[in-house]
Design a protein around this ligand. Structure first.
Ligand code: AMP
Ligand code: MG
Length: 483
């Protein structure tokens, strides 16, 4: 172990019962080479990387050198994958430790693609460069869109080839998260049928993520309510920017409320509620419009884990949990409406708001118009002007203008509100692919330019326009469970 970076580790999760994890070291890699480092995130973590040479960083961010104070583990979890219950766990990720910032914030530092663990099943424990850079790009975009997300601190090549459809360059992503505890973690412990372990996990999660609930009379009930609120906010945010996660399995739903596990995710261009990008999602289970429904479904699986801790009387516990879960739709609808009102700059509530919003979405769907750029047009940015000459749209705009008058406020105020929630740029599929194609050929120029643009998605910059227009081919876009 070496003390290269000023990590400040306190590994609370690894002190929990052995039921929760496997102690294991990353498998050494042949020829580590750092390709990307997130300087602004390092700063937020109070890490000083400036005086460290590239070789040392490469060795560190591939797990070849383990930092002092680390305690490496693979976490155990289960999950409903496309509706089917499976025992999983970190099959290719290792938690290095929990880093505490100067401001006393705790973050998991995890290496993804770090080699086999006892949870690897048939996998090789490795990851390819393209998908790790993709996770880095999209999670940074999400963070800068003001959406809670895990983030990438570094991407490093392993110097080893890995076998997928073809031979690909291996890489490791250093992922930073509030924690990697998932709904699936609760499912794993609940399946062991040991109430003391479940209570340990509940107490741990509350002290780490929901400290306000420490003195709650019924922690399980209050955690269910709070997680439901967090996840509802999260999915409303996804809907706001047209993000489609792609694999909303319960093992990919974080207890901290962050977006986690960027596999076949992608952003919608043309508005179509049924949009699915993932090549393996044949039934459209995780389509754009299904995301709130699946959020509720996943929360129901979470509630099931909590039953023994909600009430000793199982029937009563189920009634209480069901009642909470059944508030999801109303809660979601209210939050979604509030978000859509902001997208249109509407202040206050008006009884016709929902119809106004739905009529715009219906028009976008029927005319196959770009979701992001419609709001850009309404904010008076010139993008794809030809799409907005349509009669139906012009009539709608008249109604919208009439509604803006009821705001009883200035137009500038409305536009200012809209500009806080309507991005000018999202990581469009063709641009992500083009960036990755170049990067895997060792050309990182576009990657750096793209990351710079994605840093300020609500602000117009010199190169913004280049990233605003969707490519026609995006309509056929498919994503693969990028591993
Ligand atoms: P994901 O689809 O990334 O959420 O992963 C689902 C499960 O498969 C998790 O338990 C992963 O750790 C595991 N997994 C994914 N890819 C690999 C791989 N190449 N080797 C081992 N396990 C993997
Ligand atoms: Mg996962």
């Amino acid at each position: 172990m070496e003390n290269i970076i000023n990590w400040n580790f306190d590994n609370s999760y690894s002190r929990l019962s052995d039921a929760f994890k496997e102690h294991i070291k990353p498998v050494a890699v042949k020829n580590p080479e750092l390709v990307l480092i997130n300087e602004s995130l390092a700063k937020e973590l109070d890490l000083d990387l400036t005086k460290i040479n590239k070789d040392k960083l490469s060795s560190l961010f591939t797990g070849n050198t383990l930092p002092e104070g680390s305690n490496t583990i693979a976490q155990a979890y289960a999950g409903h994958q496309f509706g089917h219950f499976t025992m999983l766990g970190d099959g290719r990720a290792i938690l290095i430790g929990e880093h505490i910032t100067n401001g006393n914030k705790r973050f998991d530092i995890q290496l993804k693609g770090s080699g086999k663990t006892s949870f690897s099943r048939n996998g090789d424990g490795r990851a390819a460069l393209g998908p790790m850079l993709r996770e880095y790009i999209i999670s940074e975009a999400m963070h800068n869109l003001n959406i809670p997300s895990t983030r990438g601190l570094a991407v490093a090549k392993t110097g080893e080839k890995i076998m997928r459809d073809t031979l690909l360059e291996g890489a490791i992503l250093t992922r930073v998260a509030l924690s990697h505890i998932r709904v699936g973690t609760f499912q794993y412990i609940a399946a062991r049928d040991k109430k003391d372990e479940l209570e340990l996990l509940l107490d741990y999660v509350i002290s780490r993520h929901y400290p306000k609930l420490v003195n709650s009379k019924n922690k399980a009930i209050d955690l269910l309510i709070d997680l439901m609120n967090k996840q509802t906010d999260l999915v409303v945010n996804w809907m706001r920017v047209g993000f489609i996660h792609g694999v909303m399995n319960t093992d990919n739903m974080s207890i901290s409320g962050e977006t986690i596990d960027y596999g076949p995710c992608a952003f919608m261009d043309t508005y179509d509620p049924k949009t699915v990008f993932s090549s393996i999602d044949h039934m459209g289970r995780y389509a754009y419009c299904n995301q709130p429904i699946i959020t509720k479904w996943n929360l129901s699986r979470f509630a099931e884990c909590l039953i023994p801790m909600i009430d000793e009387n199982q029937k009563k516990a189920i009634e209480i949990a069901t009642e909470i879960i059944n508030t999801f739709e109303k809660n979601y609808e209210e939050k979604w409406l509030e978000m859509m009102r902001k997208k249109l700059g509407l202040l206050g509530n008006h009884s016709t708001d929902k119809t106004l919003i739905l009529d715009l979405l219906t028009w976008m769907h029927q005319k196959k118009v770009d979701y992001t750029n419609t709001f850009c047009h309404l904010m008076k940015f010139k993008v794809q002007e030809e799409d907005f000459q349509d009669r139906v749209f012009k009539d709608w705009k008249k109604r919208w203008n009439e509604r803006l008058i009821i705001n009883n406020s200035s137009n500038e105020k409305s536009i200012a509100l809209m500009r806080t929630v309507n991005p000018l740029v999202i990581p469009r599929n063709d641009k992500v692919e083009e960036t990755l194609d170049l990067a895997i050929k060792n050309d990182f120029k576009m990657l750096f330019e793209f990351l710079e643009i994605l840093k300020t998605p609500y602000i117009e910059k010199k190169n913004t326009y280049k990233y605003q227009i969707p490519n026609e081919n995006n309509k056929e876009y498919k994503t693969f469970c990028g591993t």
